[in-house]
Write a protein that binds this ligand. Sequence first.
Ligand code: FAD
Length: 350
Amino acid sequence: MCESVYIAHMESTDIALIGAGPIGLEMAVALKQAGLDYLHFDAAQVGHTISWFAPQTRFFSSNERIAIAGVPLQTPDQGKCTREQYLAYLRSVVLQFDLKIRTFEPMVGIDRDNDGFLLTTHPRGGTRQIRTRRVILATGGTAHPRQLGIKGENLPHVSNYFQDPHLYFQKNLLIVGGKNSAVEAALRCHQAGANVVMSYRRDQFNPNSIKYWLLPEINGLNQSGKIPAHFNTLPMEITPTHVLLSGPDGRTIHIPADFVLLMIGYQADLSLCKLAGIELDGPCQLPRHDPSTMRTNVPGLYVAGTVTGGTQDQFTVFLENCHIHVQRILADLTGNQPPAAPMTPQRPES
Ligand SMILES: Cc1cc2nc3c(=O)[nH]c(=O)nc-3n(C[C@H](O)[C@H](O)[C@H](O)COP(=O)(O)OP(=O)(O)OC[C@H]3O[C@@H](n4cnc5c(N)ncnc54)[C@H](O)[C@@H]3O)c2cc1C
């Protein structure tokens, strides 16, 4: 039997940065360039959130809006960046700035005391403790899939993560949802030879929630019956062979399904915010913070990136409108004036 190794050594740093998504990495470059003392952690690999996008998924945002740390983001075809291109870009940024990141070392504890914070991490096979004066949480906004709360949701042929369309070739695939992720998965799986049917709780696809280049195609394929969409329906139960939808007139519709993709969104894991004592406001549990400095209600604790949006139901906080958080935190740490708010779009550029 393998016993866990406990690491007794206590480290100290001025700043602990948690999360190595795009905004955490941009923050790390800023801290390093300012000569500040920091340690950087991620529970998984750098860019973990992007790593679970389906292969070849393209960002909605234009490349310059998701570029970080002043490093240009070029793509071979001048098109919007794919998952693979962006992960390669993030690795290059790490290498270019020689960032030291403790990947696969989740932060599991944040205790406050008079000297600042005592942090606990779980590197593989052990526990580490770090004393720090300041903490920056850049832990993202999409850690967990949303749940329907229905019977059968956890069956093995049901997933919240769209992966390779090949899996669904000549299979009956029901996709639940009607926004970007659902529509993109439906189109790609249809093109890959799956028999795709959609269930969406609204009465039509919303042009504001779908990449503009996908909308005409999904509407066309829906109207021609090639991708039937049951609008105004809600899944009631998933069985090994079917999904039961409740229709607008109260009728139950039985859809044969070999696979089910629940493309109904993701939400933040706010457990570290709660552990640290950050107040969470309103139904979306917004971590309380001063937007000009990104300071939270907990002295010495900052938030950056999409975690600031809490469990957003309508996504308005994206990678592309979070870059300013880095400059605001850096200004606050170095005693400079926070930068003025830029003109930011409400949704990714289309
Ligand atoms: C399919 C899809 C397409 C998208 N397209 C766009 C787009 O076009 N434009 C756009 O602006 N945004 C887009 N987004 C959103 C975008 O992915 C996020 O905005 C972006 O990843 C947010 O960056 P972030 O650094 O705030 O957080 P994340 O990238 O989520 O990074 C958070 C990091 O924190 C780490 N972490 C979490 N908890 C802990 C812990 N306890 N200890 C240590 N580490 C921890 C995670 O492992 C992760 O690496 C898209 C999202 C999805 C799902």
